[in-house]
Design a protein around this ligand. Structure first.
Ligand code: NAD
Length: 466
C-alpha cells in the first residue's frame, strides 16, 4: 500500500514544509535492481591495530571480486591496492557508499577509541543508502577474557547508535565471525554491502564454520545472479504480500518455487505461481495431513519458508479463545508439525535451509497482540532450538523478524496507529515486502552454511524492542 506522506516529502515543497515543522523526512531508499553491482561506490576500510590479520585477509579476498575503489586506514597492511584514507579525506568531495571496519583486534575498553578515530572523520562523508559494517568476534571467541568480551559487545552499542544518527537511509551492522570461519563471511558481507539490505539495520549476525561449503557449481550459479538455481523451495502464504515477494525473489534467483496458500486464495495463488514459473499448492497448513500433502507434492525440499501468518488483534480482556487458538495454530503449531514431519520423513535435503518469519512483536510485545506476540516469540524459540539440532549438519534454520511492512495486513491497522508504526524507526518509513524477501534469499543461499540460529530483524531499526 502507498505511503502518501513519504511520497509528499520527496517533492521540494513537501520537503521544505516537513523540515520547517520538524516532521520525519524519509528518503527513497536504494533498492536492488537486477545486475546491479554489490558495491555501488567508493569503499572506506578501517583495520584495528593488532596481529590477527585473518579478517582483513578474508576481506581482501572478498573485495577483490567486487573491484571496489578502496581507501584504507593502513594501505600497507591491506592485501589489495588501496589509497590512504587520510589522504582521501583531504578531498572535501570524497564520499563513501560502503564503510567497513575490521574490529576483530579490539580487546579492551581503551582500544575502543579506534572506533572513534576511524568513524568520526567519516560521519558526514557517507552517501545516502550507504552501508556501515563492523566486523568483530562472537562470544565463543572471547570466552572469559573480560576486556576482549566487553570490547566486542561494545561494538553493538556503537553500531546501533550510528544507525540512528547517520539517517539518509544509511544502515549499520555488526558481523561477528568466529575465528577460523572467515571464509564464510562473504555472503553476509555482500548482502549487507548491497542494496538488497535496504531495510535491515542495527543487526548483529553471528557467522560460524559451515559444515559444508557451497559446491563449485553453486558458486558459479551465484556469480550469474542465480544463487538458488534449481533449488526446490516451499513458501507458505505465497498468494500475496510478503509471501508473494518471497516467491518472486526466489524465482529470480533460479529456484523452483512451490507456492502454498489456503484453497480460498487459489486464483491469486495460481496467478503468482504462473507468473514466476512455480507450482501452486492450495492447502491449509493447519490441516491434519498438511505435511504429508507437502511431501507428496514437492518431494525432497532444499528450502522451506514458513511465512503464512495471521493476526487477530484484541486486548487480552476482550480476546476470545478462538482468536487465541487460531493465531497459535497457524503461526506456530503448524510450523512445528511441518518441520517434524519433513525431518522424520526425508522431506528435507541434507543441505536444506529453513527460514521462519517471526515479527518484532515477538521481540518487543505489542498492545492488543498477546496471541500474535506469543506465537511469534515461540517462532524464535523454535528457530533457536532447531538450530542446535542442526549444528554439526549441513542444514540451517534462521528467522527474520519484520517490523512495519507495507502489506494488506498492515493496511488494516487504524490510521493513527499505522502512521506511528510506519515512522517509529530510523528510516521513518515502512519497509517493502521485497526487503523481507531479499533477506530470506540471502539466508537460503547455499553459501550461507555458516549462518544458523540467527534472528534478523527487517525493521529499519524500529524503536520497538531495540
Ligand atoms: P498477508 O495477510 O498479506 O499474507 C499472509 C498469507 O498467509 C495470506 O495469503 C494468507 O492466506 C496466508 N495464510 C494464512 N493462514 C494460512 C493457512 N492456515 N494456511 C496457508 N496459508 C495461510 O500478511 P503479510 O503481511 O504478507 O505477512 C506475512 C508474514 O509476515 C506473516 O507471518 C506475518 O505475521 C509476518 N509479518 C508481517 C508484518 C507486516 O508488517 N506486514 C510484520 C511482521 C511480521
Amino acid at each position: 500500500m502507498s505511503d502518501r506522506y513519504g511520497e509528499l516529502v520527496q517533492s521540494p515543497l513537501g520537503r521544505k514544509v516537513a523540515k520547517n515543522l520538524g516532521l520525519p523526512m524519509p528518503i527513497k531508499l536504494d533498492r536492488y535492481e537486477l545486475g546491479q553491482p554489490v558495491v555501488r561506490g567508493e569503499l572506506a576500510l578501517g583495520l584495528s591495530v593488532g596481529d590477527d590479520n585473518s579478517v582483513s585477509d578474508a576481506l581482501a579476498d572478498i573485495l577483490q571480486v567486487h573491484q571496489a575503489k578502496i581507501a584504507c586506514s593502513e594501505p600497507e597492511r591491506f592485501a589489495l591496492p588501496s589509497s590512504s584514507i587520510k589522504t582521501r579525506l583531504e578531498d572535501e568531495n570524497a564520499r563513501f557508499k560502503v564503510v567497513i571496519f575490521d574490529a576483530s583486534n579490539i580487546k579492551s575498553s581503551e582500544q575502543l577509541q579506534q572506533l572513534y578515530q576511524f568513524f568520526q572523520p567519516l560521519a558526514r562523508r557517507i552517501k545516502s543508502s550507504g552501508r556501515v559494517i563492523v566486523i568483530g568476534r562472537p562470544e565463543c571467541c572471547t570466552g572469559t577474557d573480560i576486556g576482549f568480551a566487553l570490547a566486542q559487545r561494545a561494538l553493538l552499542g556503537f553500531v546501533k547508535s550510528i544507525a540512528k544518527e547517520f539517517k539518509q537511509g544509511i544502515t549499520a551492522q555488526v558481523l561477528y565471525v568466529k575465528k577460523g570461519a572467515e571464509s564464510e563471511l562473504a555472503v553476509a558481507l555482500e548482502f549487507f554491502m548491497s542494496a538488497k539490505s535496504a531495510y535491515v539495520s542495527a543487526q548483529a549476525v553471528t557467522i560460524v564454520d559451515a559444515y559444508q561449503s557451497a559446491t563449485p557449481s553453486e558458486l558459479t550459479a551465484f556469480a550469474l545472479n542465480k544463487s538458488l538455481l534449481d533449488k526446490k523451495i516451499l513458501v507458505t502464504g505465497a498468494s500475496r504480500g510478503i509471501g508473494e515477494a518471497i516467491a518472486q525473489v526466489l524465482a529470480r534467483e533460479g529456484a523452483k518455487v512451490y507456492c502454498l496458500d489456503v484453497p480460498a486464495n487459489l486464483a491469486q495463488l495460481q496467478k503468482v505461481a504462473g507468473r514466476i514459473g512455480g507450482y501452486a499448492l492450495p492447502l491449509d497448513i493447519t490441516a491434519d495431513d498438511a505435511a504429508e500433502q507437502i511431501v507428496r507434492a514437492c518431494g525432497v525440499l532444499d528450502g522451506v519458508v514458513h511465512n503464512a501468518g495471521i493476526t487477530r488483534d484484541k486486548t487480552l480482556a476482550k480476546m476470545s479463545q478462538e482468536q487465541w487458538d487460531l493465531v497459535m495454530q497457524i503461526n506456530l503449531a503448524a510450523i512445528v508439525r511441518i518441520n517434524d514431519y519433513l525431518l522424520e520423513n526425508n522431506g528435507l535435503s541434507d543441505t536444506a535451509r529453513i527460514v521462519c518469519v517471526s515479527s518484532i512483536s515477538g521481540i518487543a510485545g505489542n498492545l492488543g497482540q498477546t496471541n500474535y506476540a506469543t506465537s511469534k516469540a515461540g517462532v524464535i524459540g523454535l528457530t533457536q532450538a532447531t538450530a542446535k539440532l542442526f549444528a554439526g549438519t549441513a542444514r540451517t534454520i534462521n528467522a527474520v523478524a519484520p517490523g512495519f511492512i507495507e502489506t494488506k495486513m498492515t493496511s488494516q491497522i487504524p490510521f493513527a496507529i499505522r502512521e506511528a508504526g510506519r515512522r517509529m524507526n530510523s528510516m521513518s518509513q515502512g519497509g517493502e515486502p521485497v526487503d523481507v524477501a531479499e533477506t530470506i534469499a540471502w539466508l537460503l543461499s547455499p553459501r550461507s552454511g555458516g549462518i544458523n540460529g540467527n534472528i534478523i530483524r527487517v525493521c529499519g531499526q524500529s524503536l520497538l524492542g531495540a
